[in-house]
Design a protein around this ligand. Structure first.
Ligand SMILES: [Mg+2]
Length: 112
């Protein structure tokens, strides 16, 4: 499954379920739900319920894709898959410093 598939599923899901909220309300709900889902992952790990972690991570991905859809559909943002590609390309050129336990941050405005 590709990120675009998840985004398209989310767009269709909203239509099929008849969700018709203003973009500001959709955004607020999506951000709060994303935050809630991050908490659910943390709670599952803290309580050693590793069998639930993947489902909670899936919820994070869906709400992150919803936020990306809002950015694309209402605010003209670049497609998430394009940004992800640039991010991955940027990560691939970063070097890990063992003593500082950090990756460097090469300057390249193309990767922002
Ligand atoms: Mg959840």
């Amino acid at each position: 499954m590709k990120i675009k598939d998840i985004q398209n599923w989310e767009r269709g899901f909203i239509k099929r379920k008849g969700v018709s909220l203003k973009k500001e309300k959709q955004t607020r709900i999506a951000v709060f739900k994303l935050t809630e889902e991050v908490g659910e992952v943390a709670k599952a790990i803290l309580e050693n319920r590793w069998d639930e972690v993947q489902a909670e991570v899936s919820d994070i991905i869906v709400f992150a894709c919803k936020i990306a859809n809002i950015a694309e559909d209402f605010y003209g943002a670049d497609k998430l898959e394009n940004v992800l590609k640039r991010k991955i390309d940027y990560c691939n050129i970063r070097k890990f410093n063992k003593s500082s336990i950090k990756f460097n941050k090469p300057k390249n405005k193309e990767f922002k």
